[in-house]
Design a protein around this ligand. Structure first.
Ligand code: ADP
Ligand code: F6P
Length: 478
């Protein structure tokens, strides 16, 4: 039963690897809270602003957890990770075992038994923190691949609550998932939930198929029977995530954002075509492929500075994981080569920025860009694509979008590309530049309508309704 030390319990509890803010220890020894990176926080932060609840997550630094505190109407409950757990649970099992397997093994996955042990221990700690702050009969909303054991662990501690889990990343085909030595435990961890949400129908189907083939569960019409004597069935369905369309559009319409967009173009030498990439520096994002296509277009003299330039914002990410270190070295070497070979005095071919920026600056960049390059090799959704079209209330700009993003399944009117096909990607970039304005406006109108009709508020309402409607609700404890 609930027994929060502080006496506070909540009807809605989010559990995510990260809190919406990271505690940063400055060189001076002082601490500061900064917005955490990534799409999960962008989306869930908007959702939690509209309703009271608690958010259980890691504060981003190893060591003791800061005390729980309230922020913008949400009760934040930090969970402690030791330095070794950061290495084994976060950098290791989450981001060097699961992340590659769930993203088509773009880089090889590493399997280490001590990483799995740490993953179990940290999931248990999250489950205990959730059980502590959940009110009787509360709705628990577990997020993402870092916490796949939490649903079953929470169920064991608090059989009265309702448990949902949403996967922000793809769920892999069974042939890849089957490589995981702990595949059965992961599936059983998830089956502790009442409802499982995925970005695409194919992800939900992959999960159901994995249950059928790997743990011999009986499956029917998107549900999986749980073999624990309870007779429960767990539903798995696609509920694609989105962004706060109204909030972001209002920000993009701010006169100061428009002025900053004009200033950015001026600072770049008023190019005829400004291309933009905005990604965490992650090998899933297809940054190497994008740069290769761009470099060849410049080398072929199809485009070139000062008429055309590319701004690539690459947010620092998972900097102690080897594959991310190799990617950074590779991207930075490539940018240096492109500028050295193909740039001009005062007109570099690529402006490379390795920083996080405030939301206003991101909105200004989106408003300034003529062509947005979203070229992942695999991505659960890609909120950047949705943010770009949201900021283009002027119907300007063109979105180049990889077929391998969840976003493409909703925004397929965009300039579609297969980033593995460098020749095809080059042609798509040229088409995005050269298509007549009226046609580009028609496309942008359609893309904006889709995001406006399917915003993050609708996503959250759909998820919670599906959670409430999921089969076999357990009776809340009195
Ligand atoms: P992921 O969750 O894999 O990082 P998404 O595209 O779904 O990818 O979400 C990324 C989020 O992070 C978006 O909201 C985007 O605007 C934001 N973002 C990306 N790069 C930066 C940056 N350099 N500064 C601030 N926000 C950023
Ligand atoms: O959904 C992908 C994800 O891992 C999220 O959990 C997070 O929002 C984002 O990518 C950033 O990753 P990290 O928390 O490892 O910096």
């Amino acid at each position: 039963m609930p027994s929060s030390q502080h006496g506070k319990t909540f009807d809605l509890v989010i559990a995510a690897n990260r809190l919406p803010v990271d505690q940063v220890i400055l060189d001076s020894g002082e601490t500061e809270w900064r917005r955490s990176p990534g799409g999960l926080v962008t989306a869930m932060d908007s959702v939690m602003r509209d309703q009271p609840g608690a958010w259980v997550g890691w504060a981003g630094e190893p060591g003791e957890a800061p005390a729980p505190f309230d922020q913008e109407g949400t009760h934040l409950v930090p969970v402690a990770l030791s330095a070794e757990e950061v290495r084994r649970y976060y950098e290791g099992f989450s981001n060097d075992t699961l992340w590659p397997i769930y993203h088509d093994v773009i880089v090889p996955a590493s399997f280490h038994r001590e990483w799995w042990t740490a993953y179990q221990r940290v999931n248990e700690r999250f489950a205990e923190a959730v059980a502590e702050v959940a009110a009787p009969g509360a709705r628990i909303w577990v997020q993402d691949y870092q916490l796949q054991l939490v649903p079953a662990m929470v169920r064991a501690l608090r059989p009265d609550v309702r448990i949902g889990w949403f996967n922000h990343i793809p769920f892999p085909p069974v042939e890849l998932f089957a490589q995981l030595p702990w595949r059965g435990q992961l599936l059983r961890g998830l089956l502790g939930a009442d409802f499982l949400g995925f970005q695409r129908q194919a992800d939900a189907q992959n999960f159901v198929r994995a249950c059928r083939q790997l743990i011999h569960a009986e499956t029917k019409a998107g549900t999986v029977a749980v073999d624990d004597g309870s007779g429960r069935r767990v539903r798995a369905a696609a509920i694609p995530i989105s962004i706060d369309f109204k909030g972001l559009e209002a920000l993009a319409r701010e006169p100061s954002v428009g002025e900053r967009a004009a200033e950015i173009r001026e600072q770049l030498g008023n190019p005829k075509v400004l291309m933009l990439g905005v990604d965490r520096l992650d090998y899933t994002k297809g940054i190497r492929h994008r740069l290769k296509a761009y470099e060849e277009l410049l080398a072929d003299r199809r485009i070139g500075p000062p008429d055309v330039t590319l701004v690539q914002v690459a947010t620092p990410s998972r900097e102690r994981v080897a594959a991310y270190q190799h990617l950074r070295a590779d991207v930075e070497q490539t940018v240096g080569r492109i500028n050295g070979d193909l740039g001009q005095i005062g007109a570099p071919a690529v402006h490379y920025l390795h920083h996080a920026y405030p939301r206003e600056e991101m909105a200004a960049l989106f408003r300034a860009a003529d062509v947005m390059l979203v070229t992942p090799l695999r991505d659960g959704m890609n909120l950047v694509a949705k943010e770009y079209v949201t900021c283009r209330f002027d119907l300007g700009g063109a979105l180049v979008l990889s077929e391998f993003t969840g976003a493409w399944h909703e925004l397929h009117q965009a300039f579609s590309c297969n980033p593995h096909d460098i020749e095809g990607l080059k042609q798509t970039i040229l088409r995005a530049i050269n298509t007549p304005e009226r046609e580009k406006q028609r496309i942008m109108r359609a893309l904006r309508k889709r995001v406006s009709d399917h915003d993050v508020q609708r996503w959250a309402a759909r998820f919670l309704a599906a959670l409430d409607a999921a089969p076999d609700r357990a009776e809340p404890n009195p």
